[in-house]
Write a protein that binds this ligand. Structure first.
Ligand SMILES: Cc1ncc(C[n+]2csc(CCOP(=O)(O)OP(=O)(O)O)c2C)c(N)n1
Ligand SMILES: [Mg+2]
Length: 330
């Protein structure tokens, strides 16, 4: 990774952080309703992994903590913010909200609320890609607690049996809502669990984007070359509560401090400063530019966009003109 790439990734992480913080504010202002799960602290995971893939072309799927993954795939952040605001200009016309960001054009296949739901969907996408003879791959991001769902084991079995081109990325932030991993999960190291299915795997520091990129490159190369699935576990931490309704009272201050000392943005920033590639003023200017863009373009777009019309309430519930739904089959 050259210096220009590192600076771009620093900017992408900072943008993701500021975008998510602004979502928090908008939620508190009651501009955003429903559920909202934020990603600060975990930025290097989605951005580092997808940097090593072909975002916008490979098929990406994740859970409900999904904004940053969609942005990296190429979804317009204005459409994501408008979606959170419930506006007609949102990427799902305001009907989906935060947990259901979806963008077929950029191969971002969602945003799912059901924990573990995306595992089999990712395998299905990978099966389709394999049948088409494509060298695109499916990438499934999910949390640590999702691995205790039955869908995890069913999917790992079939993905290995059929040698599917799918990369599983476990964003291990050590908690499923308020439950620490060692209180819910017999095998704490998630990468070890797929040994039962003969799936190669690795564990990496999810706070260091350069390490994430390197580990993901190896994983993506493996999957793309037709060698079957791969499982990458990234050790990370979310700074905020599980969702906006979580008071975040179950973690010690010491633990929180330890992880904030390993902030992915600060670590890369300081490394670039030490190498003489960036100054503190450059970083400040980058931050100001991002904050202005979020306010003047993204928030302004969401605020000024129209609400969905009441007359359209029943629209987009079913696929319109779909012969499977409206009779006859295809
Ligand atoms: C099938 C299902 N069961 C339970 C829930 C409730 N639930 C929502 S998030 C969550 C914890 C998931 O934690 P993890 O997979 O580690 O992801 P994280 O939120 O930490 O990113 C649970 C149990 C759900 N949404 N779906
Ligand atoms: Mg978790």
């Amino acid at each position: 990774m050259n210096v220009a790439d590192k600076k771009r990734l620093l900017r992408e992480m900072l943008f993701a952080r500021r975008f998510e913080e602004r979502c928090y504010e908008a939620y508190v202002e009651r501009k955003i309703g429903g559920f909202l799960h934020l990603y600060p602290g975990e930025e290097a995971c989605a951005l580092g992994v997808l940097e090593a893939a072909r975002p916008g072309q490979d098929y990406v799927i994740t859970g409900y903590r999904d904004h940053v993954h969609a942005i990296k795939c190429g979804t317009d952040p204005k459409k994501i913010m408008a979606e959170l605001y419930g506006k007609e200009t949102g990427c799902s016309r305001g009907r989906g909200g935060s947990m259901h960001i979806f963008d077929v054009e950029h191969h971002f296949m969602g945003g799912y609320a059901l924990v573990g739901g995306p595992f089999p969907l990712a395998a299905g996408m990978a099966k389709a890609l394999k049948m088409q003879g494509s060298d695109d791959i499916a990438i499934c991001f999910l949390g640590d607690a999702a691995n205790n769902q039955g869908t995890f084991h069913e999917t790992m079995n079939m993905a290995a049996l059929w040698q599917l081109p799918v990369l599983f990325v476990c964003e291990n932030n050590l908690y499923g809502i308020g439950t620490r991993i060692d209180r819910s999960t017999a095998v704490v190291d998630q990468y070890k669990r797929v040994a039962a299915y003969n799936i190669p795997s690795a564990q990496e520091d999810g706070q260091d984007i350069e390490k994430v990129y390197k580990a993901a490159k190896k994983a993506v190369d493996h999957v793309r070359s037709g060698k079957g699935p791969y499982f990458l576990e990234l050790m990370t931490y979310r700074y905020r509560g599980h969702s906006m309704s979580d008071s975040n009272a179950y973690r010690s201050k010491d633990e929180e401090r330890m992880w904030s000392n390993r902030d992915p943005i600060i670590m890369l920033r300081d490394r670039l400063i030490e190498a003489g590639e960036l100054t503190k003023d450059d970083f400040k200017a980058m931050d100001t530019e991002i904050l202005d863009e979020i306010e003047d373009e993204i928030i302004a777009f969401a605020e000024s966009s129209p609400e969905p019309r009441v007359e359209d309430l029943e629209k987009y519930v079913f696929a319109e003109n779909d012969p499977w739904v409206y009779g006859g089959g295809r």
